[in-house]
Design a protein around this ligand. Sequence first.
Ligand SMILES: [Zn+2]
Length: 164
Amino acid sequence: MRPAPTPPPTATDPVREPWRAPMRRALEEAERAARAGDVPVGAVVLSPDGTVLATGHNEREVTADPTAHAEVLALRRAAEAYGEWRLTGCTLVVTLEPCVMCAGALVQSRVDRLVFGALDEKAGAVGSLWDLVRDRRLNHRPEVVQGVLAEECAALLTRFFRDR
Ligand SMILES: [Zn+2]
């Protein structure tokens, strides 16, 4: 009898594994932000069947818009594509823990799920400083999966601030 093959590392993390591919897509978006001089944060909204509905990256510097965070842009575009402000069944995938504004926006959008990469200990509103999306006083609380490709997501930010 042959020994059982070593399971691939992905098999040890069944919660995060399904979100790695869309997080890679969000990382590509984050890189686009960095190339334009914006802090590299990228987001993807997935439709209920898992296809990419919309993408966004931080465009605060490029558009001089304080609300042009990756999540807000991706949610707006997703709603436009969906033809409906309620993104029920959808998943927002973002490279960095959302801020207060974006956590608020994703609650307002009614997405079923938030998936994020790196923690933002300075401004995070999904566990770090606040936990807006799981506040029981709100009527909509999306499921949260965090730490997906967290090292890659954080490394992109570290590199951006180091090279400035
Ligand atoms: Zn934000």
